[in-house]
Design a protein around this ligand. Structure first.
Ligand code: FE2
Length: 281
């Protein structure tokens, strides 16, 4: 299955494309079961990293900054009691797993390198694709954190902009449980900022601001989708998700693919060690 020329036009116009019901529900369940197993096997050993939407707090987090070629676990900001212990079971406290599941875990590798995804990447015009980043996002019931409006190219910068995000809904995503929101056509407004290392090996990060204006709230539209749907996101598309205060989780798997010819700077946060190079399909 690939996309029609009309769908490609819509993607180029809107900066995103929704493909409802692309993935078989059983395949969604296999990813969910595997992620659940990984969390069960994860022993925090006091090594706790919180994924916060205030990006500044990531700046000194070595566990995050060296996770580009690893499988690591990040907790929800609201998962802890004042004494530092977890409010809920570990399984209900993890915000996400990242960022190389697609290379290091056989189940996610197989899913990420499926013929369907490869064909979609080709249809989008990404040449000699490389699979850069994967994340399993839990958006836990009651405590699932907000991810403020951003462009993925802020964090995964390439020259030229040659990156697409694949966002797979592993459960129904609704306004109540924290679905994606996006600004249709917002990718045409250019990149607002880059989050980069002060120098290539530095663990200190900075925002390089190109345009300090805010994205207008009224321009954001919710993208509610059913389980198994795929949302393809242009790297420059402004998007966000709100907190999940509902009793239902909103699990998703995301994969970012870049073109083989584009420049991937050494001061991007996500770096791969030479022993685990980026690979294609
Ligand atoms: Fe994003």
């Amino acid at each position: 299955m690939s996309i029609t020329s009309q769908q490609l036009e819509n993607y180029q116009r809107d900066g995103f494309l929704v493909l409802e019901g692309l993935v078989d529900p059983a395949a969604c369940d296999r990813l969910r079961a595997r992620a659940e197993q990984m969390v069960q096997e994860f022993d925090p050993k006091g090594l706790v990293s919180i994924f916060s939407t205030s990006e500044q707090s990531r700046t000194s987090d070595d566990y995050f900054l060296t996770s580009g070629d690893q499988i690591r676990f990040f907790f929800e900001e609201h998962a802890f009691l004042p004494d530092g212990t977890l409010k809920h079971a570990k399984e209900q406290s993890i915000n996400k797993i990242g960022h190389a599941l697609h290379d290091l875990d056989p189940v996610f590798d197989r899913f990420s390198r499926s013929e369907t995804i490869r064909e979609l990447v080709t249809a989008l015009g990404i040449k000699q694709p490389r699979l850069l980043q994967s994340m399993y996002i839990f958006k836990q019931p009651n405590i699932g954190g907000e991810v403020g409006c951003h462009q993925d190219s802020t964090f995964l910068y390439t020259e030229p902009f040659d990156i697409a995000g694949f966002w797979f809904a592993l459960e129904d995503a609704t306004i109540e449980n924290g679905c994606l929101w996006a600004i249709p056509g917002g990718h045409g407004r250019g990149l607002k900022s880059r989050w980069r290392r002060m120098s290539p090996d530095s663990q200190t990060m900075e925002f390089q601001i190109f345009d300090a204006t805010e994205w207008p709230e009224e321009d954001l539209v919710p993208l509610e989708v059913t389980k198994g749907s795929l949302i393809i996101l242009h790297g420059l598309l402004p998007h966000r998700s709100l907190e999940n205060r509902s009793a239902n989780s909103r699990q998703a798997y995301t994969l970012h693919v870049i073109g083989g010819d584009c420049l991937y700077p050494e001061d991007n946060w996500l770096q791969r060690s030479p022993s685990v190079p980026m690979r294609g399909f």
